[in-house]
Design a protein around this ligand. Structure first.
Ligand SMILES: [Zn+2]
Length: 427
């Protein structure tokens, strides 16, 4: 049996509506911005009405502010709806759910990096729509999901789960690496030659690229796409990855609750998946509405990232009119404590962005704060005295005299198997 056939049989069993959703998305990718927005309004109206009638949480919340579903007459009217936080989704999960007996659904959960994790039911349509959105992204790179692929995953596995994933991987023509120790990598290299795409943690792909360059290996010949997820992609990663594999790493942005939010096109723009999500940027903070999920409706959800959206006049040369997500600039909520003042952790993003743009100094970093008024900057690259002075100067321009700063270069950062965070505070 071919991998395509095995894949299709599995897909039809697990996600019967996936093909239909995929065909829809392949058609709507040619839509004008106006048509996309008209579709979003229709889906929003449906979702608000559905939530009002089937979710006791939303009924109570809308009644409290006197909102009727018919009040949503334009996309702007979404501002009439209350904002929901992750804490509220967790606390009121039972009331938010709209169970319908017999409907096919999947259990989903979010990774609890901030300590709190959310578990909810995702209906078959929402799950299939989300997968179809990812596969549409693949199609821009001429990648079929059943083609040979390498998955980088940084978790430790028990023997049982290794066996389970081994079977799942074989069915999906996928092999995965669990660690990037030199020995396991060496065994993997002959397989890499036939890989059509790689995906997974950006830091792991970066580590493999470094070894690849160090060993001066030949570039894989069949490779069409490298996709990084779940983590910050430092500019320094791209240099190393392109040198090793001949391709830039592309970005996918999303979350379990919201589904896929944006996918990078071959021209380098992160297009919002407008058919699946409605994205607002309020004071640079993302609010996301999942337009396709009814089992656990998510409206105006504070995902916790700062973003920058492109304006409507910006057109991507790929031809798609979907709004462009210019940047995911950082996580919200973490405060940096100076001696006197407090600062947003977003500053670190700008400091290192400036160093890259103005000084061509592309650094992988992690900032740690363990006491107020002191910051520890860990930098992966080796720094000359001059470069060190540039880094110090840039940091000082943001924190002035309100912060004691220590900088350590040649630190191991991306090799950390845990989900990578660019700012860690223990205060
Ligand atoms: Zn594009």
């Amino acid at each position: 049996m071919s991998y395509k056939l095995i894949f299709k049989i599995g897909q039809n069993f697990r996600n019967p509506s996936l093909t239909k959703n995929y065909l829809f998305l392949k058609e709507s990718e040619h839509w004008s911005l106006e048509k996309l927005k008209a579709y979003q309004l229709l889906k929003l109206q449906e979702l608000v009405a559905f939530s009002y009638h089937h979710s006791s949480y939303y009924k109570t919340a809308f009644d409290a502010i006197g909102l009727k579903p018919s009040d949503i007459e334009s996309l702007e009217d979404i501002k009439k709806l209350p904002i929901v936080s992750k804490q509220e989704l967790i606390q009121y999960a039972t009331e938010i759910h709209t169970f319908k007996k017999g409907n096919k659904k999947f259990k989903a959960s979010t990774s609890g990096t901030s300590g709190s994790s959310l578990t909810f039911w995702k209906d078959e349509h929402a799950d299939s729509f989300n997968r179809a959105s990812i596969f549409r992204g693949y199609s821009w790179y001429d990648v079929q999901p059943w083609e040979r692929n390498l998955y980088f995953w940084g978790f430790q596995f028990s023997v049982f789960s290794k066996l389970k994933y081994g079977i799942l991987d074989a069915l999906q023509n996928r092999f995965r690496i669990f660690s990037y120790q030199e020995n396991s990598l060496k065994r993997m290299i002959p397989k890499l030659k036939k890989v059509s795409f790689m995906h997974g943690y950006s830091s792991m792909i970066y580590e493999v690229a470094k070894l690849y360059n160090q060993w001066q290996l030949e570039k894989p010949t069949q490779l069409k796409m490298i996709k990084g997820t779940s983590e910050k992609v430092f500019p320094a990663y791209q240099h190393e990855i392109e040198k090793a594999f001949g391709l830039k790493m592309i970005n996918e942005y999303g979350a379990a609750e919201s589904g896929i939010i944006a996918f990078e096109c071959p021209k380098g723009s992160m297009h919002i998946n407008m058919e699946g999500v409605l994205v607002e940027a309020i004071n640079n903070e993302i609010l996301v509405t999942n337009l396709q999920q009814t089992s656990f409706p998510i409206l105006r959800y504070q995902l916790g990232d700062y973003i920058a959206l492109g304006d409507a006049s910006e057109h991507c040369t790929c031809g798609m009119q979907h709004t462009i997500l210019k940047e995911v600039t950082g996580r919200i909520g973490k405060v940096v404590h100076g001696i006197e003042e407090q600062y947003p952790s977003l500053y670190f993003y700008y400091i290192f962005k400036n160093l890259g743009q103005q000084q061509q100094l592309y650094l992988n970093y992690q900032v740690q704060q363990h006491t107020k008024g002191t910051l520890l900057f860990l930098i992966e690259q080796a720094l000359t005295d001059l470069q060190l002075a540039l880094v110090k100067k840039e940091i000082t321009s943001y924190f002035k005299n309100d912060m004691h700063v220590e900088i350590k270069s040649k630190q191991v950062i991306s090799a950390n198997l845990k989900k990578q965070e660019s700012f860690i505070s223990t205060i």
